[in-house]
Design a protein around this ligand. Structure first.
Ligand code: HSE
Length: 403
C-alpha cells in the first residue's frame, strides 16, 4: 500500500478524491499497489463529507509521517505551497502538483531536489489541465529540437473570445455573463490580462528549451481591449482572434509573448473554441504536432494529477529525468520580432494615402464600419511598427497577425 496526502480540498482537490474513488480499481492496478489517501490538508472542516475523517489542519502531521510517500499539492499560489512542497521533497516524498504559479517560479529548483533524492516532482496538470503536454515534452518529443510552441492556454479567455465572435457581443457583457455562469472568476484579472497564460508558456518554454524562462521576462498583453468591432474585422478577413501564448527559437534567439492575435484559417489553432485549450508545436525533425482538449475544470485537471500520482507510484525510488536547468534563458527583445499587424485608424478613404506614406503598401479591410479605416501592414519588426504607429494619428487599435 502506498500512502498519499492531499494538500487542498478545493475544486481540484475534491476532483482528485472523486477520480481516485471512481476509478479506484483500475488506478490501483496501473499503480501496481493500492493507493491510500491518508490525509487531506485544508484550513476548513467538511462536516457530513466522508473526507472529514482524513482532514488535518496542520502540515506537520503530513511532513512528519514517514508512511506518506506521495504528496499531492493542489492549493495554488506560491506560498505556502512552495514551503510545503520543498519540505516534502527534501524528506523523500514525491510530489504531484497542478500549481502553475509554483512550477513557473520554482520548477527548476524543485526538480533538482527531486533528482538528488531520487524521487519525482510531477506537474502535468499545471499546463493545459487534462491535456497531456508536459509528459510529451519530456519523453515523446525528445528526439526533436522544438523551435515553436504556440498555445491557447487559458480556457476563460478562449470562452470569452468565442462568445464575442459567435454572438457579436462586447467584452464586458460576455465577461459578466461568464462570471454569472461560473466560467470566469469574480476577480478575472489573471485570466483576462494574460498572466495565467504567461506562467503556462514560461513552463512549456523552460521544458522545450531546457533552461529557465522567467515569466517576468515575457511580454504579456490580455484581451480587455478587444472589441466587437475588432471581431467584425477578423471575420471580414476570415480570421479568428485568439489569446496566443507563444515561444519561438529563430536562429539563436528565443522570443516569447502572450497577446491576442488574428489567426489565419489554415492555422491549426484557428478553430479551437470555447473553453478548450490546445498546444501547437513544431520540431525540427517531427514537423507539426498539436495537443487539444479540456484545459481547465475539476475533473480534467484532477485526471492529470492522478495520472502523475500513478507514475510517481510506479517510480517510487527512481527519478524520471526532466530536462529543465535553473540556468536562465535570456529572451530576445520582442522589438526585434517581425510579423504583420492589423490596424484600425479613425478617418475615411482620404486617409489611405497618408497611411501608405507611413506604413508602405497596406491591404485594406472592409468590415462595413463607418468613420474608420482597417488595414493590414506588410511584415515589419515590432520596433518598426511602433515607430510608424507613433507617427499616425487616430489609431483605435492594433492586433498582431498569426499566419
Ligand atoms: N483560469 C484557468 C483557465 C484555469 O481559465 O484556463 C486553468 O489554469
Amino acid at each position: 500500500m502506498i500512502n498519499i496526502a492531499l494538500l487542498g480540498y478545493g475544486t481540484v482537490g475534491s476532483g482528485v478524491v472523486e477520480v481516485l474513488e471512481t476509478n479506484r480499481e483500475s488506478i490501483n492496478k496501473k499503480a501496481g499497489e493500492e493507493l491510500n489517501l491518508k490525509y487531506v490538508l485544508d484550513l476548513r472542516d467538511f462536516p457530513g463529507d466522508p473526507i472529514q475523517e482524513k482532514i488535518v489542519h496542520d502540515y506537520e502531521v503530513i511532513a512528519n509521517d514517514p508512511e506518506i510517500q506521495i504528496v499531492i499539492e493542489v492549493m495554488g499560489g506560491v506560498e505556502p505551497a512552495y514551503t510545503f512542497v520543498k519540505r516534502a521533497l527534501e524528506s523523500g516524498k514525491s510530489v504531484c502538483t497542478s500549481n502553475k504559479e509554483l512550477v513557473a517560479k520554482h520548477g527548476a529548483e524543485l526538480l533538482q531536489i527531486a533528482r538528488e533524492k531520487n524521487i519525482n516532482f510531477l506537474f502535468e496538470a499545471s499546463v493545459g489541465g487534462g491535456i497531456p503536454i508536459i509528459r510529451p515534452l519530456n519523453s515523446s518529443l525528445t528526439a526533436d529540437e522544438i523551435d515553436v510552441i504556440t498555445g491557447i492556454l487559458n480556457g476563460t479567455t478562449n470562452y470569452i473570445l468565442s462568445k464575442m465572435s459567435d454572438e457579436g457581443l462586447d467584452f464586458d457583457s460576455v465577461l459578466k455573463d461568464a462570471q454569472d455562469k461560473g466560467y470566469a472568476e469574480r476577480n478575472p484579472e489573471a485570466d483576462v490580462e494574460g498572466y495565467d497564460a504567461c506562467r503556462k508558456i514560461a513552463i512549456l518554454s523552460s521544458l522545450a528549451f531546457g533552461n529557465q524562462v522567467d515569466y517576468e521576462d515575457i511580454y504579456t498583453e490580455g484581451i480587455t481591449k478587444i472589441t466587437a468591432e475588432d471581431i467584425k474585422y477578423a471575420k471580414a478577413m476570415g480570421r479568428s482572434i485568439k489569446l496566443l501564448a507563444s515561444s519561438k527559437k529563430i536562429d539563436d534567439s528565443f522570443y516569447a509573448m502572450v497577446a491576442p492575435c488574428m489567426v489565419a484559417p489554415a492555422h491549426p489553432l484557428f478553430s479551437v473554441n470555447n473553453v478548450f485549450n490546445a498546444i501547437f508545436a513544431h520540431g525540427n525533425v517531427l514537423g507539426d504536432v498539436m495537443f487539444y482538449g479540456s484545459g481547465a475544470g475539476k475533473l480534467p485537471t484532477a485526471s492529470a494529477v492522478v495520472a502523475d500520482v500513478v507514475d510517481a507510484a510506479k517510480h517510487l525510488q527512481s527519478n524520471m529525468m526532466t530536462f529543465w536547468s535553473s540556468k536562465k534563458l535570456e529572451l530576445a527583445d520582442i522589438k526585434n520580432a517581425s510579423r504583420r499587424f492589423f490596424v484600425r485608424v479613425e478617418g475615411d478613404s482620404t486617409k489611405v494615402a497618408e497611411i501608405e506614406n507611413t506604413f508602405g503598401k497596406v491591404e485594406l479591410v472592409d468590415a462595413g464600419i463607418a468613420g474608420e479605416i482597417g488595414f493590414v501592414t506588410g511584415v515589419m519588426t515590432e520596433a518598426d511598427f511602433a515607430a510608424k504607429a507613433e507617427k499616425t494619428t487616430g489609431i483605435i487599435n492594433r492586433i498582431r497577425l498569426e499566419d
